[in-house]
Design a binder for this molecule. Sequence first.
Ligand SMILES: NC(=O)c1ccc[n+]([C@@H]2O[C@H](COP(=O)([O-])OP(=O)(O)OC[C@H]3O[C@@H](n4cnc5c(N)ncnc54)[C@H](OP(=O)(O)O)[C@@H]3O)[C@@H](O)[C@H]2O)c1
Length: 230
Amino acid sequence: MTTRTALITGASRGLGRALATALSDRGWRLVVDGRDPARLAEAAASLAGVTAVAGDVADPGHRAALAEAVGPRLDLLVNNASELGPSPLPALADLRADDFRHVLDVNVVAPLALVQAVLPALRAAGGTVVNISSDAAVEAYAGWGGYGASKAAFDQLTAVLAVENPTLRIYAVDPGDMATDMHQAAFPGEDISDRPAPETVVPSLLALLDGDLPSRRYRAADVVPAEVSR
Ligand SMILES: NC(=O)c1ccc[n+]([C@@H]2O[C@H](COP(=O)([O-])OP(=O)(O)OC[C@H]3O[C@@H](n4cnc5c(N)ncnc54)[C@H](OP(=O)(O)O)[C@@H]3O)[C@@H](O)[C@H]2O)c1
């Protein structure tokens, strides 16, 4: 079987790193990114078959470098890198326009542009897109308006992309709460150690990849590995 290739954004920490580790263990070839080159290099050093390209997904030149590193075929794109916005999370009454624009740029504009950049490679492989969403896209939590609006827009882009690209599987996935740096930034000073580790979400993502569920939005907790696998 030919080696499968995945592009995972934001794979130097948290959920992206946990998924990259699992796919590397399965023999996938990986292209990964993150803004901090040292942290990305440290993560990549622990994985086999990885091309690490440091940069910001909001930078068009960086996205072009990712597409170049992917090459002509791509089996999986995971748009995982994301921007929470200011910490502590401000009420919408206090959300600065520049901060909101940045959240939208990283969480909505950049992942769509990355899909566009690798679409020929995804089509060549009959590939899968997994866009990492959040429950903040569908629930009204105080302070989460900017980030939540970006994830709601991301969900809608995902749904329309799926309709427009029926030969691909295109999922939005809400991973649920995870004990990560982003979650800590959302709850500064609080003990978040009761939240699940990002590794606990990986079996659901792998089940989605291995199965043939239709393109749409899923909560990771609802994707039960034993029921999905072929
Ligand atoms: N944690 C939760 O409770 C939770 C809940 C619901 C949804 N989510 C979603 O799950 C996904 C993963 O979050 P996480 O909690 O694992 O986050 P995390 O631990 O903070 O990791 C974020 C990763 O993305 C990279 N990154 C951030 N901004 C980037 C940018 N502009 N360009 C390139 N890389 C960037 C980070 O590296 P650098 O900082 O070096 O760039 C890091 O590797 C996100 O889409 C998030 O919205 C998380």
